[in-house]
Design a protein around this ligand. Structure first.
Ligand code: CO
Length: 134
């Protein structure tokens, strides 16, 4: 049901430092920081030939990644995002399979302007999964 890996989001305690590391040590082109107040994050996008890395840092109060960074002060993989063709179909199928959808189960417009859903990490080996309709 899922398609391509759209991105891997990595929460970081220092956005510019992390971006410098990707640029200088790993030798990739990194974007500029983009504030996304509606998602409580500031993001730097990194385009790889086959997928994207998103470095994410808390924006404002009650950022969804604040707690994650409290638990993982050095940063870490926050979620992986898979593409789906039809997010309502995916949600229905996942629920039938017993996977839990976070929030009110209604797709929200995500960081790329497309509908997204998040799945409970406890149902997927401790990994938060984002589904994005493409
Ligand atoms: Co994401």
């Amino acid at each position: 049901m899922i398609g391509k890996l759209n991105h891997i989001a990595i929460a970081v305690p220092n956005l510019l430092e992390a971006a410098e590391k990707y640029k200088n040590t790993l030798g990739v082109k990194v974007g500029k920081p983009i504030d996304q107040p509606e998602h409580g994050v500031t993001v730097i996008f990194i385009e790889l030939p086959n997928t994207k890395i998103e470095l994410i840092f808390p924006f404002g109060e009650n950022s969804p990644i604040e707690k994650f960074l409290d638990k993982n002060p050095a940063g870490g993989i926050h979620h992986v995002c898979f593409e789906v063709e039809d997010i309502y179909y995916a949600a229905e199928k996942l629920e039938l399979e017993g996977a839990r959808i976070l929030g009110n189960k209604e797709p929200k417009i995500g960081a790329h302007g497309k509908p997204v859903l998040f799945l409970h990490p406890k149902d997927f080996n401790g990994t938060l999964i984002e589904l994005e309709e493409v």
